[in-house]
Design a binder for this molecule. Structure first.
Ligand code: ATP
Ligand code: MG
Length: 419
């Protein structure tokens, strides 16, 4: 199989295509082999527009990077501890380049120990057949696909297949990856892969991962377009239970949540925190605490989940009442961050949504026009009373009583007289 240059240009975009070609030429000049590899090639075959470019060579990476820096305009070169190098071009496009390497795992779920290897070994260390493809970028095999493990067939038939039995034990983040690819691409697992995943989860391998690694995988999954499908897989497989959430998530609940959430995506981005609220929706306090700890959530994020757990029912009930005043709405919602408000809008009835809209459009940024100095002029002594008066003014404004500064001053005067 060979992908035509015209097709490649279209998938990669003119700029990336040009640079990939240049790197191929530089390798050629050094008599190094050079390929695009892994997810990059998978996505190319699926015709997904590219942003992630992974390049591999059997040649010496240091000399290659030196030569690339001489010929292309790079802004930075970043080396990672796992033998990959990120080159960042002056216009911020970036490629990952690595020398072929193999990995070994001293114990289950450990980080890999990396050493140089042949191309064959580099392919064998990968997670699924769909991620093992290579595409030549040197002149003689530009666009040619090298498929040693029948990855093309699995891409075409939509199958996620592991390379070996210890796959998930060596690196349990691959369980998250498997669900991510399944959800993203609507693929299915081959029988053995499914069994290995079930088994790895059952023996508690997830608990061996560090919170940082779990966090990374969870947040990557929540950024996906079909995040709800992936979360459902996490729930059904028992993976969520391993990170603290006991109850299963219902397909209907998460699907309808996702549908409504889409309305906000343009304004609010990925909304990972809102999505965490649906994941932890029926969880007890203790479960949320365990979840937060296993997923390495930050203190602020944990507090957000716990606060929302405590308050959401009360807020939703209060807002669904017709007679609630703007002042009450304001103080009810004031401390809720926007990710929480979106959750409430989605969960609430028509009345509730109307109230939150009123809050966002009219109440949220309302402030008293008078300041401390005005109170001073009116003869109040500086102190805690200032805060109380300003709050009274704000409350009156929220309920529509005061508009101009003059009216506010008048209101405070009347208050003085009543003291
Ligand atoms: P995505 O589209 O989400 O970026 P990807 O498959 O490209 O998915 P990357 O994390 O970008 O994933 O990694 C690039 C390639 O490196 C993969 O396609 C795979 O071949 C290999 N790889 C990455 N992570 C692992 C892992 N945990 N175990 C084995 N191979 C991996
Ligand atoms: Mg990638």
């Amino acid at each position: 199989m060979r992908i035509k240059k015209t097709v490649l240009k279209k998938i990669l975009g003119e700029e990336i295509f040009k640079r990939v070609k240049s790197i191929g030429e530089i390798c050629e000049g050094m008599s190094y082999s050079c390929y695009l590899i892994g997810g990059t090639v998978r996505d190319m075959i699926l015709k997904v527009p590219q942003i992630d470019i992974d390049i591999v060579t059997e040649g010496d990476i240091t000399s290659l990077i030196t030569n690339i820096s001489k010929k292309l305009r790079l802004k930075r070169v970043l080396r990672s501890q796992f033998g990959t190098t990120k080159i960042i071009f002056e216009d911020n496009l970036s490629f990952d380049i690595a020398q072929t390497r193999k990995e070994s795992y001293p114990y289950p779920a450990s980080l890999p120990v990396v050493e140089k290897s042949t191309l064959g070994e580099d392919i064998k260390r990968r997670d699924f057949t769909i991620n093992t493809l290579l595409m030549g970028i040197t002149k003689k095999d530009f666009g040619k696909i090298f498929d040693y493990l029948e990855g093309i067939n699995d891409i075409e038939t939509g199958i996620i297949r592991v390379l070996h039995n210890k796959n998930f034990i060596d690196d349990p983040t691959r369980i998250f990856r498997a669900f991510r690819f399944k959800g993203r691409l609507s693929f299915r697992f081959d029988r053995k892969t499914k069994k290995l995943i079930d088994n790895a989860i059952k023996i508690g391998i997830i608990k061996k991962l560090t919170p940082q690694r779990i966090r990374r995988e969870i947040f990557l999954s929540l950024k996906e377009k079909r995040w709800h499908k992936i979360v459902l897989e996490f729930s059904r497989s028992g993976l969520l239970r391993e990170i603290g959430i006991k109850n299963k998530i219902a397909r209907r609940t998460i699907n309808s949540f996702e549908k409504k959430l889409r309305d906000f995506i343009d304004i609010k981005g990925n909304m990972e925190l809102t999505k965490l609220l649906i994941i932890t929706e029926n969880a007890k306090k203790k479960e949320i605490e365990t979840f937060s700890q296993r997923v390495g959530l930050k203190k602020k994020e944990t507090l957000f989940l716990l606060e929302m757990r405590n308050k959401k029912r009360w807020i939703l009930t209060s807002l669904s009442k017709k007679e609630i005043s703007p002042k009450e709405i304001y103080w009810l919602l004031k401390l809720i961050p926007s990710d929480g408000l979106i959750y409430l809008i989605i969960k609430g009835d028509t009345q509730t949504r109307k109230k939150i809209k009123l809050y966002l459009d009219n109440l949220k940024d309302m402030k008293a026009k008078i300041k401390g100095e005005d109170l001073k002029k009116l003869g109040f002594k500086e102190g805690p009373l200032y805060k109380k008066i300003l709050k009274m003014v704000l409350d009156e404004k929220l309920n529509g009583g005061l508009t101009t500064k003059k009216e506010e001053i008048e209101f405070v005067r009347r208050f003085m007289l009543s003291l």
